[in-house]
Design a protein around this ligand. Structure first.
Ligand code: HEC
Length: 166
């Protein structure tokens, strides 16, 4: 009786051990491994493609009219490339004395981009506002490597300053 019990107990034990071993081996064999990089990446902030034919964004109306504040902003942000005093020579950009209100791309001896020469017309307040808001979107392929003046007050002040140069 007790021998029979021992045999059964040993059998149960062996079966349990066997199950454990099989479990370990099986999990080692089929352990799922994930690639470090997913095959398809879903970018959450992928840019939304521009709708073809949609009107390009327009610059907001400038709010500043302070030519003195405009000169300070000009000295900080534009004077690396532009001189503005009467009779000043061209630099990286054309000399800007008298440019506001005058013909576009008309400064003598300055090699404009074809985008700028092709623009045509005068530097009205509206066009100046567009240029200074986002130069590269107003003039395709412009040589003016400047991001623009997003601040409506500052942009207006700079336009007022440019108009005072005459
Ligand atoms: C990194 C140099 C650079 C900076 C900074 C820069 N510009 Fe220009 N700008 C240019 C160049 C170069 C052109 C000629 C663009 C072309 O031919 O496409 C130009 C063109 C212009 C024109 C048109 C001139 C014309 O004869 O028709 C105006 C107006 C102007 N810039 C104003 C500004 C003002 C105002 C700022 C500051 C807010 C500024 N720019 C900052 C380089 C610069």
């Amino acid at each position: 009786m007790s021998l029979e019990f021992n045999k059964i107990a040993a059998g149960v034990l062996a079966a349990a051990l066997g199950a454990m071993v099989i479990g370990k081996v099986a999990s080692a064999l089929v352990h799922p491994s994930f690639p470090a990089k997913p095959a398809i990446e879903v970018k959450e902030d992928a840019p939304v493609a521009a709708v073809p034919g949609a009107a390009p964004a327009k610059a907001p109306a400038p709010t500043g009219t302070d030519a003195a504040a405009g000169k300070l902003a000009f000295d900080k942000k534009c004077s690396t490339c532009h001189k503005a005093e009467k009779g000043a020579a061209n630099a990286v950009g054309p000399a800007l004395f008298g440019v506001a209100g005058g013909k576009k791309a008309a400064v003598a001896a300055f090699a404009y981009s074809s985008g700028m020469t092709g623009k045509g017309g005068d530097w009205t307040d509206e066009d100046m506002n567009e240029l200074l808001w986002k130069p590269a979107s107003f003039v395709k392929g412009t040589k003016m490597a400047f991001a623009g003046l997003p601040n409506d007050k500052e942009r207006g002040d700079v336009i007022a300053y440019l108009k005072s140069l005459k």
